[in-house]
Ligand binder design. Sequence first.
Ligand code: NAP
Length: 320
Amino acid sequence: MRAVVYERYGGTEMLELRNVPTPVAGPGEVLVEVVATSINLSDWENLHGSPAYARIGGLRRPRHQVLGSDIAGRVVALGPGTRRFTVGDEVFGDTLSTGSGGFAEFVVVPETALAAKPARLSFAEASAIPQAGAIAERAVALAEPGSRMLLNGAGGGSGSLAIQLAVAKGVAVTAVDNAGKLDYLRELGARRVIDYRREDFTRTGPYDVIVDLVARRSIFAYRRALAKHGRCVMVGGTARTLVRMLTAGPLLGAVTGTHLGVLFVHQGPAHFATIAEKCASGEITVRIDRVFGLDEVPAALTWHGEGRALGKVVVAVRSH
Ligand SMILES: NC(=O)c1ccc[n+]([C@@H]2O[C@H](COP(=O)([O-])OP(=O)(O)OC[C@H]3O[C@@H](n4cnc5c(N)ncnc54)[C@H](OP(=O)(O)O)[C@@H]3O)[C@@H](O)[C@H]2O)c1
């Protein structure tokens, strides 16, 4: 099969489209013919091996050589002991924990990581949901109706879904991202938008909930922007901020009557199937910015990394 492989951390020049053996489904796994894979910031981080946590399991060289963890496709073979799917089923899911990526014609996935693709979603749309949808669901669960929520890095995959979920719940959303995305954020329902290159969101507020998808500020700066009993969580960002949030965050929170910490996102259909149904029913829009081919994965990652995408960037591995 054809797959986009990398053997060393670095830029997109590390990626090479090659012929590699088609994997075989083991016990509890199914072989999926990939139709579409969406790009997440985690693909960029795992390619570069940065932040440091992207090297967990592969300090010097990547442990898994094919990126693209959000996939949608068709089941083509069943491993021993599988029960949930049959050959031909249309499925989607997040393979981040298994390490097998969808920048390839086929991928082996534990059946427990997959859900049946709603018929009303295209493969491209379905591939855009698992990781971003699970993050958005968990983030918005922190906010009560009527509360004030700030999302930093709001114009990406997770933020775009989180804004819509939060607004539907009656939460007043302030969305932070680069200037080119501010109109898009308003369209999604954000009440206030902030260009991170021009304004420091930690000097606005106060907010009941802050969710930072690209955290890099000090815990004191986050604390400054929180309301009494407010809650601030980082989902992704620098390793330094992660360490501070895990160590000093709880202490500062205890002293100031707030909560500062890390939001760990669970994987699996239980965490993205509901939001996928909302996308299928039209309650929430999953917007595809641009679609690239399998031979264009470096360009797709660059397009995403350059920050111009309004919505998800998708790699179409086959035409249907
Ligand atoms: N905690 C967990 O369990 C878990 C699990 C999976 C993933 N993650 C993490 O969750 C995050 C998910 O992000 P995503 O997939 O939604 O990413 P994404 O699609 O890349 O979106 C990130 C957005 O943040 C913007 N941004 C970059 N730097 C910024 C800054 N300094 N201030 C404000 N905005 C900035 C980007 O715009 P620009 O174009 O300007 O760069 C982009 O619009 C990633 O960090 C990932 O590593 C966490």
